[in-house]
Write a protein that binds this ligand. Structure first.
Ligand code: NAP
Length: 249
């Protein structure tokens, strides 16, 4: 039996990238998984089919996490599909970089509506579904909140806010046996990173020269840490921010 047998997980932004990797890893440990996506139905259906093909349970649910009504619907559909919730992975996020002179209100709100408000609203709904045995909330932050790279002020601010939220909610929800931790990845090769042109950039070369492990990461460098934080292996951990970044800090 897997470490997460009989548990139910919601993974936001799981149609591709880090979220898809985490959804598959949680399912491989026996969790039933809600694979959330915003627009890539095909990608989400592929993740669900892969999980089902290995004997796991998953459903795809569309919801734009930057829209409060969609967040509420995501958790209503989770309850309808699986009747309970034990694990929330707040992974959906965007990263667009801009130097100070290019920062606009739109750029700011786009990042904060999803990377910060979306996380808070998802946590609020998840907590209503967790049972008396509590649950685990895993926020996907970023190594940028420590590295603070130039031209990333808004994105890095959103992930810095997420580090703070992890600490605050860990204290607030601990008495209800709800653990809240963050994984802060370094540069991970994903569809998003490739689409933004970052995977062939000077930033990648900088990471490869600066990271003690000498390479950027892959999604399977992150997913085992999510399984660990979701499972009772980490039962005495909350409020932690784990850098998973090849040693780059
Ligand atoms: P990605 O390849 O761009 O995938 C993003 C996922 O989020 C997709 O499934 C996408 O769904 C979903 N998504 C986007 N906007 C959404 C919305 N409004 N509502 C719901 N889902 C939405 O991204 P990634 O590189 O895997 O990054 C995932 C997370 O890791 C982000 O929070 C990012 O900040 C963080 N992170 C990434 C890296 C990295 O180097 N890759 C490093 C540190 C931290 P659709 O396809 O349907 O739009």
């Amino acid at each position: 039996m897997g470490k997460l047998a009989n548990q139910v997980a919601v993974v936001t932004g799981a149609s591709k990238g880090i979220g898809a990797g985490i959804a598959k890893a949680l399912a491989a440990e026996g969790a039933a998984v809600v694979v959330n996506y915003a627009s890539s139905k095909e990608g989400a259906d592929r993740v669900v089919a892969e999980i089902a093909g290995k004997g796991g349970k998953a459903v795809a649910v569309q919801a734009d996490l930057a829209k409060p009504a969609d967040v509420t619907r995501l958790f209503a559909e989770t309850k309808k599909a699986f009747g309970r919730l034990d694990i929330l992975v707040n992974n959906a996020g965007i990263y667009e970089f801009a130097p100070l002179e290019a920062i606009t209100e739109e750029h700011f709100h786009k990042h904060f509506n999803l990377n910060v408000l979306g996380v808070l609203l998802a946590a609020k709904e998840a907590v209503k579904l967790f049972g008396p045995e509590g649950g685990s909330i895993i926020n996907i932050g970023s190594g940028v909140s420590r590295i603070t790279p130039a031209t990333t002020a808004v994105y890095t601010a959103s992930k810095g806010a997420l580090d703070a939220i992890t600490g605050v909610l860990a204290k607030e929800l601990g008495p209800r046996k709800i653990r809240v931790n963050s994984i802060n990845p370094g540069m991970i090769e994903t569809e998003g990173v490739r689409g933004a042109g970052i995977s062939d950039s000077d930033f990648r070369k900088w990471v490869e020269t600066q990271a003690p492990l000498g390479r950027i990461g892959q999604t399977d460098d992150i997913s085992p840490t999510a399984v660990y934080l979701a499972s009772s292996d980490s039962k005495y951990m909350t409020g932690e921010t784990l850098l998973v970044a090849g040693g780059l800090r």
